[in-house]
Write a new protein. Structure first.
Length: 317
C-alpha cells in the first residue's frame, strides 16, 4: 500500500512539474516575438536568453546546491548532446518566429509529442494504450489548428519550426536516459551550458551585432527568466513521469501562448483552430486515466549506452 502511495506521489509531482513548466514555456514565443519585433535578431535572442538563464542557474547552484555539480562522464556526454541538439533547435525556433506569428509557431511546435513517439519507437520503448489514444487525438487537433482564413503561411517558417520540434523531441529522449541516474538541476545545468555554447557560437560567427540602443531589453530578460524556471521543471517532470507524458502535458503551453498572442500581439484564431484547441484540451484531461508507473531504464535501444558503469552509493543527490 505504501508503495502505491509513493508511486502516486511520484506521479503527481511529475505531472505538476510538467504542467507548470508548460505554463512558463507558453510565454516563450510571446517574449521571443516581442524581442524580435523590438529590433533583436533571432540569433541574438537565442544566444542572450540561454546565456542569461545559465548565469541565473549557476548563481543558484553555487550559493545553495553545489552538490548538484557532480555528474558521471557518460551522463555529461548525454547532456552535451542534448544541449547541442536543442541549441540548434532553438536557432531554428527563433528564426521561424521572425517569419510567422507566435501563436501559429507554437501550434506547429506542438507536433513534438508525435516526434517523441517516433523517437521512442526507434529507441525500442513501449507506449500505453491510453497514451497512444491521446497521441492520436493530438494529430487531428494540430491539423485543425493549422487551418486559417487569414494571410498565407510562410512555408520556410513552418519548416524551420517543425525542424525545431523534431530536435526538441530528440533532446527530451536523450535527457530522459540521463535523468534515470542524475538529478534534474544537474541535467538542467549541463544541458543549458551546452545550449549556450552552441547558440553563442552561432551568434558570434553569423551575426555578432547588438540591437539598436532604442530596442527594449525587458522581453529578453523575461524570456531568460522563464527559460531558467521552465527547464528545471521540465527535466523534473521527465524524471518523474517520462519524456512521452511530459511532452503530452507540455501541450498545455499552447493555450498560454495562443491566448497571450491574441491579447498582446493582436493575433486571432479561426473557428477550425478553436476546434483543434478543444481536442488538445481533451488529450490533456485524459492524463487522469492514463496509468503509468515511475520510469524504469530500458534495457536496450540506440540510447542504451547512456548509463553509468557504477554510481557510488555515498553520493547525496
Amino acid at each position: 500500500m505504501s508503495g502505491d502511495t509513493g508511486n502516486i506521489r511520484w506521479r503527481v509531482r511529475g505531472i505538476q512539474a510538467a504542467l507548470i513548466s508548460a505554463v512558463f514555456l507558453g510565454f516563450t514565443p510571446i517574449f521571443g516575438k516581442l524581442a524580435i519585433l523590438g529590433g533583436f535578431s533571432p540569433l541574438t535572442v537565442t544566444a542572450l536568453r540561454t546565456a542569461i538563464a545559465v548565469l541565473l542557474l549557476l548563481l543558484v547552484m553555487l550559493s545553495h546546491q553545489r552538490q548538484f555539480f557532480y555528474i558521471y562522464p557518460v551522463g555529461l556526454v548525454g547532456c552535451v548532446m542534448a544541449g547541442a541538439i536543442n541549441g540548434l533547435g532553438s536557432i531554428l525556433y527563433y528564426s521561424a518566429l521572425s517569419r510567422i506569428d507566435a501563436g501559429l509557431g507554437n501550434i506547429l511546435y506542438a507536433f513534438y509529442p508525435l516526434f517523441v513517439a517516433i523517437w521512442l519507437f526507434i529507441d525500442r520503448q513501449t507506449l500505453s494504450r491510453i497514451t497512444l489514444v491521446r497521441l492520436i487525438l493530438s494529430i487531428p487537433a494540430v491539423y485543425f489548428l493549422l487551418h486559417t482564413n487569414q494571410k498565407p503561411v510562410d512555408m520556410i517558417g513552418v519548416l524551420l519550426m517543425l525542424g525545431a520540434s523534431i530536435l526538441y523531441a530528440l533532446h527530451l529522449l536523450i535527457n530522459q536516459r540521463v535523468l534515470y541516474d542524475v538529478p534534474a538541476p544537474t541535467v538542467t545545468l549541463y544541458t543549458l551550458l551546452s545550449m549556450s555554447a552552441i547558440t553563442m557560437a552561432a551568434f558570434l560567427i553569423f551575426n555578432p551585432k547588438l540591437p539598436p540602443a532604442s530596442a527594449p531589453w525587458w522581453p529578453i530578460f523575461c524570456l531568460a527568466f522563464v527559460t531558467f524556471l521552465s527547464r528545471i521543471l521540465l527535466f523534473l517532470g521527465i524524471k518523474h513521469v517520462g519524456g512521452m507524458q511530459t511532452a503530452l502535458l507540455g501541450l498545455a503551453e499552447l493555450f498560454i501562448s495562443v491566448s497571450l498572442a491574441q491579447l498582446w500581439l493582436g493575433e486571432r484564431l479561426s473557428g477550425q483552430q478553436w476546434i483543434g484547441a478543444g481536442l488538445l484540451g481533451v488529450s490533456l484531461l485524459m492524463i487522469g486515466v492514463d496509468r503509468f508507473s515511475p520510469e524504469k531504464r530500458p534495457s536496450g535501444g540506440w540510447l542504451a549506452w547512456l548509463r553509468p558503469p557504477d554510481v557510488p552509493g555515498d553520493i547525496r543527490w
